[in-house]
Design a protein around this ligand. Structure first.
Ligand SMILES: [Zn+2]
Length: 745
């Protein structure tokens, strides 16, 4: 076999290993209803999803209360001591926001007492949905996974050492209110409280452990024992910085719970969508979810939970077939230093044999480093160009319905940049300098990331160390073994690339520039080591040209294949706002007008009170004044003492709206809502979800003098039938009918 053919073959083998790793990570198959009672069955879980997620069930609706009561009944049937614990929750993220978000939440708490508890293990999922969709995945799949797990564990005869609590949280979608109410009213079990949280940001793909409490060694040691430990310490390090990406983690972790935050994010066009229904649940995904939770719950049920928080952070990465390798952080640092020393030796060695000068090698390394941001920019530009051709995409939460061609175009764009760099570097610096240069570049990236965070660095350091070790070995083995040895030592790069690049792409094409592109460019860059004697030196430039043509063709195919229709509706945002005092009404959208909302709004901003209440409006239009009654604010007391005026009032919707708000401008010094003291005092007001029928009590203190307040209530726009959308349009969750009254005191 010629050197050219064998080099291309070695490259192809690495690509195939990457693809096989990505495939292996995806969920395959599920257990049906005939599965023995002691095991988790996704098909049994689906029955629960059908019971609770056939219709939307957001907070404050009758369907929400039906789902709650149904779940309480199911948990009692399982033999658990179950009740609904009510409390007032507050959105825990960003306490300085202008309008605080609170609400009445009814968390379902079901207890399974342990034999000799060292703490409590909480199985958590939220049972509310957004208004536009039935929430079969988000978070019906999580709730059903928890119920089926507990059923299987009880049927298997488990007698847990620790207390096990099923916590189905309420009002997650409107601001993690249930979890926050639960955590702030008692906090974690002081002996040790471990949470397995179940979330969805899509309708398929592998459940990933994308965030967890630190220090994490105690938690990770349990994750090593689950069948599908889809996690790595680079992802969880990045996930930990995603404070804006909200799950109940953000409510529970600050209160001392030790949280494992699991979520699946494939097929995410169905996120918060009318077709997030039981027919769009992937049973293989639910099976992985359940198999993991069942295994982790068994292990936590038996452990001494007091020790879970004691050990420091770890670095970890998955291998195919359910393995998770866990390393102490010092080992990553040592590996990074070893790779730097080895690569320095290689540079010295090829200089001595006059294969390449140091200058050429460093030149190749510098261009390889530069290719990473260039590739990220190209992928960013590709998606920007696609959204310019299809502007409807700008309204999407995450991906379009058929993202496959776009995903392939992203991968091809990365390969085009890689091939262009490789062709250029070979021409400028020669093949040997290019090969060693790319190893230098990846080693340098690994060392820098490790210096910032060893846990994150492990995902680069391990493949870099293996690659440089392979290069070192090529100097010692006979010529015919050089390529096989090198290819073998590039397998870690292929496994890591396959395990992370596709999973990252699944979470959303819009983020591919930041997540997928660097993985493909850095780890895929190492694959080029096999091409040293295989690259067509004269016509090499044709490879990147072909890749560019393919990228454009794939992107074009995507725009043709992906169309919106009644089964694949496009999202719109529109609100109807009525001033109950003046009877003036406006259509308001926080998004640019689209082909549907254009009938109601045009670009511009509202005026007067409308402008104060909708600071993020992007489009506005005149609307007819419908016969809707405004919210009531009954003044309970009003007194002025020592330059401070304290007003106590009861705020109530007179039309059964699902949330009410009190807005003010000026210096409010203190604010109490439904018995909760709100500090720091929000600058503009407070919004309260699921208010009890008699109303919400608010007490505020402001400087003495006149006071202008606005009471607002919000209901779901489609319920009012003021602007019924065509079948291929659905309304975003914040599309509301809002009625407000001005109160001058
Ligand atoms: Zn959710």
């Amino acid at each position: 076999m010629g050197r050219r053919v064998s080099g291309v073959l070695a490259f192809a083998v690495l690509v195939l290993i990457a693809i096989a790793t990505a495939w292996e990570q995806q969920p395959h198959g599920y257990r049906d209803v005939a599965t023995p009672a002691g095991e988790f069955s996704a098909e049994r879980a689906l029955a629960t999803i059908r019971e609770i997620a056939s219709r939307p069930h957001p907070v404050g609706t009758a369907e929400h209360d039906r789902v709650r009561d149904h779940l309480v009944g199911r948990l009692r049937e399982l033999g658990l001591d179950t009740d609904v614990r009510y409390g007032v929750g507050r959105y825990p993220v960003d306490p300085h926001r202008a309008v605080a978000v609170l609400g009445q939440a009814g968390n379902i708490v079901a207890r399974w007492p342990g034999r000799a508890a060292t703490g409590t293990i909480y199985l958590v999922a939220h049972y509310d949905s957004v208004p536009p969709g039935p929430g079969a995945n988000d978070d019906g799949a999580g709730v059903a996974t928890v119920l089926e797990t507990v059923r299987a564990l009880r049927a298997s005869g488990l007698r847990p050492r620790n207390d096990l609590v099923v916590l189905l949280t309420d009002a997650e979608e409107v601001g993690l209110l249930g979890a926050e109410a639960f955590a702030s009213s008692g906090g974690a079990d002081p002996r040790g409280g471990v949470v397995i949280n179940h979330e969805a940001r899509g309708a398929g793909g592998p459940p990933m452990l994308w965030r967890l409490s630190h220090p994490d060694a105690g938690l990770i040691s349990v994750v090593t024992g689950v069948p599908h430990p889809n996690t790595d310490s680079l992802s969880t390090t990045l996930g930990g910085d995603q404070t804006g990406s909200n799950t109940d983690f953000a409510a529970l972790d600050p209160h001392g719970f030790r949280v494992l935050d699991w979520a699946f994010a494939g097929r995410n066009a169905y996120y918060h969508n009318p077709f997030d229904d039981p027919d769009h649940v992937d049973l293989a995904t639910v099976q992985q979810f359940g198999d993991n939770t069942t295994a982790a719950a068994r292990e936590f049920a038996a452990r001494d939970l007091r020790a879970v928080a004691d050990q420091p952070d770890r670095a970890y990465f998955p291998l195919p077939f359910g393995a998770l390798v866990v390393l102490p952080l010092w080992m990553v640092i040592v590996a990074a230093m070893a790779s730097v020393l080895l690569v320095a030796w290689v540079v010295w060695r090829i200089r001595r044999t006059e294969e390449a000068t140091i200058g050429r090698t460093l030149g190749a390394a510098a261009t390889a480093l530069l290719a990473v941001p260039i590739g990220m920019g190209v992928v960013y530009g590709l998606w920007t160009a696609i959204t310019a051709i299809r502007p409807e995409y700008r309204a999407l939460f995450v991906d379009p319905y058929r993202p496959q061609f776009y995903g392939a175009a992203v991968m091809m764009a990365c390969l085009a940049v890689l091939a262009a760099w490789y062709a250029l570097s070979r021409r400028l610096f020669g093949p040997s300098a290019t090969a060693v240069g790319v190893v230098c570049a990846v080693t340098a990236i690994g060392a820098v990331v490790t210096a910032l965070s060893p846990a994150a660095g492990v995902m680069v350091v391990i493949p870099a160390l293996a690659a440089v070790a392979g290069v070192v070995l090529t100097f010692t083995v006979p010529d015919r073994l050089r390529l096989p040895v090198l290819t073998l030592f590039l397998v870690p790069a292929a496994v890591f690339a396959g395990g992370t690049a596709y999973a990252a792409l699944q979470t959303g094409i819009a983020a591919a520039a930041y997540l997928t592109a660097p993985v493909v460019l850095v780890l895929g860059g190492l694959f080029t080591l096999t091409l040293t004697h295989a690259w067509p030196s004269r016509r090499g430039v044709l490879v990147p040209v072909a890749a560019v043509v393919l990228t454009v063709a794939l992107a074009a195919a995507g725009t043709m294949v992906d169309r919106f229709d009644a089964r694949h509706p496009l999202m719109s945002q529109l609100s109807y706002a009525l001033d109950a005092n003046s009877r003036e009404a406006q259509w308001i959208s926080t998004a640019a007008p689209d082909r549907w909302t254009r009938k109601f709004v045009e670009s511009g901003s509202p005026h007067g009170a409308f402008a104060q209440l909708w600071t993020d409006a992007a489009a506005v239009g005149a609307a007819p004044a419908h016969d809707l009654s405004g919210p009531a604010a009954e003044i309970l007391s009003d007194r002025t003492e020592a330059d401070l005026r304290t007003v106590r009032l009861r705020l109530r919707s007179t039309r059964g709206a699902t949330s009410v708000a009190l807005r003010y401008s000026g210096q409010v010094r203190s604010l109490t809502v439904a018995g909760r003291d709100i500090t720091p005092v929000p600058a503009e007001g407070v919004r309260f979800y699921a208010p009890p029928a008699p109303g919400v009590e608010v007490e505020l203190t402001a400087p003495a003098g006149p006071l202008t307040l606005r009471a607002v209530d919000y209901s779901w726009l489609p319920d009012a039938h003021l602007a019924d959308a065509p079948a291929d349009i659905y309304y975003r969750q914040d599309s509301a009918v809002a009625v407000f009254t001005t109160i001058r005191l």
